[in-house]
Write a protein that binds this ligand. Structure first.
Ligand code: FMN
Length: 155
């Protein structure tokens, strides 16, 4: 299966999860490509103060995994902007993950996942799995491994 890992990463955490996913999916015989959203403008991105410079097109992938950081207790504004432009995903299997720092449940992770899930489902996607990786956790390596296992076995 040809899988696109469409991500936005500001400081590298989300990218490092995508790299591990790519390695796992490739070792299972899939073709996996990391396709990054790139912006021009301020970093960290503030709503209305950046433009999407590179907008990955999921058209050539059989399935997609979207990955994003949490920002300000919500989905990162760059991924929010990308989700608003999302073309039709009818019939495609989709996985979603977010990375975040704060261990609290209220710190934006579940809301960010819900935002992406809703946007993908509105375009006809079959969202098969979602994961949250808390970067500050002592057990981060374990959570990360679990995230990679859980998402990669769905494809
Ligand atoms: C401006 C800004 C706001 C953030 N807000 C939150 C937040 O509300 N909750 C949280 O858990 N982490 C928050 N974080 C931490 C990031 O979500 C976390 O470091 C993430 O893994 C970064 O991913 P990246 O390295 O791929 O950019 C914030 C980071 C930045 C820079």
């Amino acid at each position: 299966m040809n899988i696109g890992l469409i991500i936005y990463s500001q400081t590298g955490n989300t990218r490092s999860v995508a790299e591990k996913l790519k390695a796992k999916l490739s070792s299972s015989g899939h073709s996996a490509v990391i396709d990054e959203i790139v912006i021009s403008g301020n970093s960290p991105a503030q709503p209305g103060k950046f433009e999407l410079k590179i907008v990955p097109d999921h058209g050539s992938y059989d399935s997609v995994i979207f990955g994003s950081p949490v920002q300000a207790f919500s989905l990162n504004p760059v991924m929010k902007a990308y989700m608003e432009k999302l073309p039709v995903l009818t019939g495609k299997k989709v996985g979603i993950f977010v990375t975040k720092q704060l261990p609290l449940l209220q710190a934006g992770g579940t809301g960010a996942i819900a935002h992406m899930k809703k946007a993908c489902e509105a375009k006809g996607a079959n969202v098969v799995g979602t994961e949250i990786v808390v970067w500050s956790e002592k057990k981060r390596d374990k959570t990360l491994k679990q995230c990679v296992e859980n998402l990669s076995k769905l494809f």
